[in-house]
Design a protein around this ligand. Structure first.
Ligand code: NAG
Ligand code: NAG
Length: 245
């Protein structure tokens, strides 16, 4: 290597390592498209490509006047989500995800986050449809794991979130057939109820999986969630703010 190239490589290295894969902050006024691809769905199969008064994701404020990305669905509308890092996630990597939000309703089956599989489920090769999720069941927010297409999603941990109150979530996902996941709630590392351990062994990446943020299902009532920040990186320090660590 020529000396000049060597120097350049060295000087660029710290900047490259510190780069977040995704960094959204509502207070900073970041454009919502920072989060990726907009996924709206009115009735099942009816997918508008832009916001309406009944179904939208836009910068605004939470009920207390704090800057937030407001995800809103009128009753009957099923999806207001952003699909992050489409086609960009890779296997055998450890991703760190920070997600700061408040929820206005605790409606049965409302999903506020999913790690969704895009190839090994849709092509019928047996991967789980939604390997990991955060969804409301029995008046609590549940962290769930689906091992394969033949298995259901099983609750691994749950919490009763205070409504209209900012909470911080941290997710660490090792993407592999033989991977694992760790969970932080309001800055504290959580033990999974199923194992009593803080690391859950899991098939997290059956083919090509990516995270979705927002509001899906639970369409029996009007839904509002308020997102303050989302950060995704490959080191814990990348998500300190959004995960409240
Ligand atoms: C994923 O987890 C395995 C098992 O803990 C570990 O050997 C591997 O280094 C991890 N991969 C990354 C990229 O962190
Ligand atoms: C968002 O940005 C503001 C202003 O720069 C900062 O004070 C705040 O800590 C950030 N919030 C999160 C959750 O990252």
């Amino acid at each position: 290597m020529k000396p000049f190239t060597h120097l350049l490589t060295l000087s660029l290295l710290p900047a490259i390592q510190a780069k977040l894969l995704l960094d959204f902050n509502a207070t900073r006024g970041d454009d919502p498209s920072t989060l990726g691809t907009l996924n709206l769905e009115a009735e099942r199969g009816d997918k508008p490509d832009s916001n309406s008064d009944e179904l939208y994701i836009k910068l605004g404020e939470d009920p207390d006047g704090n800057p937030a990305l407001h995800f809103h669905r009128d009753e009957g509308y099923i999806r207001a989500e952003y699909h992050a890092l489409k086609d960009e996630m890779e296997s055998d990597t450890t991703y760190y995800i920070g997600y700061s939000l408040s929820m206005a309703q605790l409606q049965q089956s409302l999903m506020i986050w999913q790690f969704k599989e895009y190839s090994a489920y849709t092509d019928g090769s047996g991967g789980a449809n939604i390997p990991l999720s955060l969804e409301v069941k029995e008046d609590a927010l549940n962290f769930r794991y689906q091992a394969s297409a033949d298995d259901g999603r099983e609750t691994q941990w749950s919490v009763v979130p205070e409504l209209n109150t900012p909470h911080h979530i941290g997710l660490v996902i090792n993407t592999s057939d033989d991977g694992w996941v760790e969970l932080y709630w309001d800055g504290e590392k959580q033990e999974f109820d199923t194992t009593g351990e803080t690391r859950l062994s899991a098939t997290t990446f059956p083919g090509q999986a990516e995270p979705k943020f927002g509001a899906y299902r639970g369409e029996e009532v009007e839904i509002d969630t308020y997102v303050y920040a989302i950060q995704i990186g490959t080191e814990m320090e990348d998500i300190v703010e959004a995960a409240g660590l």
